[in-house]
Design a protein around this ligand. Sequence first.
Ligand code: NAD
Ligand code: UGA
Length: 448
Amino acid sequence: MLFRPQKIVCIGAGYVGGPTMAVIADRCPDVQVTVLDLNAERIAAWNSDTLPVFEPGLSEVVSRTRGRNLYFRPQAEGLAALAEADIVFISVQTPTKTAGEGAGKASDLQYVEACARLIAEHARGHTIVVEKSTMPVRAAERIQQILSANQAGGTFAVLSNPEFLAEGTAIRDLQQPDRVLIGGEDPAAVVALKSIYASWVASEKILTTGLWSAELSKLAANAFLAQRVSSINSLSALCEQTGAEVSEVATVVGADSRIGPKFLQASVGFGGSCFQKDLLSLIYLCEHHALPEVAAYWQGVVDINEWQKRRFAEAVQQAAVNRRVAVLGLAFKKDTNDFRESAALTVCRALLHSGCEVVAYDPRVDGQRFAAELGNPAQFSLASSAAQALAGAGAVAVLTEWEEFRSIAWASVKLSPGATVCDGRNVVDRAAVQQAGFRLRVIGSAPD
Ligand code: NAD
Ligand code: UGA
């Protein structure tokens, strides 16, 4: 009989580790899953009624599994589980390096390396170590090196199993993935990990590749997705100048089955913790391997995104009839409480820098944390509803596509007379804004 792993540990209880392990525990009731994190507060939240991550469907999965075969433990209390684990996932952050060689571009692997050292010290017997975090290509070499220096006599196989979930749809993406990717050179380890996913994913959707292909495929997939957003965003500017409508152009282009309709929604710019950092990681790898033309190609995707956020902020600033700007939406996309690298951070900073007063509303983001990220400026305040944020504003910046922004009753909104609604997501009811007597600027449409 093939080896069926019984005990799984995941190091890192973040946006990926928490939801992914909850779904594995849900779909594999025979497997015990323990999630460890150095951040005791985060673990306490996973063990409470207020989960640290907001994702549609997540709380239901957690309430079915937590305490049955899913456990969240502070790292120091989970070392026994680590010793017994058949599989250990590494699901910690891999942010852009801020110092040292490659600063500003290369991925910072210090958190991953700390996990490898912890596993080397505590694992017993044979352990399959899985890279779940997004890594630069050939990072597994470094993990193998650290593991092989262990003194405790354990043996290891290293696999790459990058995660493709998107925030806001994480549970659906995990339950019905387009594909699961397992990269590795050890057939027994690949089969063991495959047996976990095969509990709910059709085998033709479980792709197996070499380690380096798996690592690079993850960076490539994010780069392709980001490139589509920058492509449509670059054209949004041309639409605004020419009277073409970007949503119509996207529909026509996307109707070609070779191109497809997804990821062609023009916006104020992509955000999130991964697109930019993964593009920068890819760019660094290209530079490191003396491929400056390839690096420049992908740098263009990052540059268009920065430009798009900047030019949107400038448009809001110029449109404002007084210094008060209402910002609707702080999350980097709808249905998440995550604001890492959100376009709202860039736009709010630019508005504040130009002397505007910003009143912001988001239905899910912890506004205090957002304000702290901005440095708690005196000119930034939070509203508890869209209507409250809008009262008296001289301009409105819609930065996240929350459903509730589609149905704002503009006729009863108390904006300053002559105020402009700047829609960076193409979600507001255009006719309602115009009937209420306000000016409108929508990304990718000629201004009215
Ligand atoms: P996150 O910051 O939400 O979570 C990482 C967690 O790891 C944190 O809670 C942190 O305290 C913990 N941690 C760090 N070092 C640790 C250590 N040595 N021991 C124990 N815990 C430690 O990050 P995330 O968004 O879950 O992303 C994790 C990885 O997954 C990244 O490489 C990211 O690129 C990738 N990824 C993220 C997403 C996403 O949607 N967020 C999707 C696919 C892939
Ligand atoms: C993205 C990928 O979609 C996931 O497959 C990947 O696993 C993940 O990155 C990761 O590696 O972290 P995520 O960043 O959570 O997921 O969300 P997306 O839906 O990809 O959106 C990213 C950004 O692009 C958001 O700011 C979104 O508003 C923007 N976007 C997306 C657009 O502006 N237009 C679009 O058409 C699509």
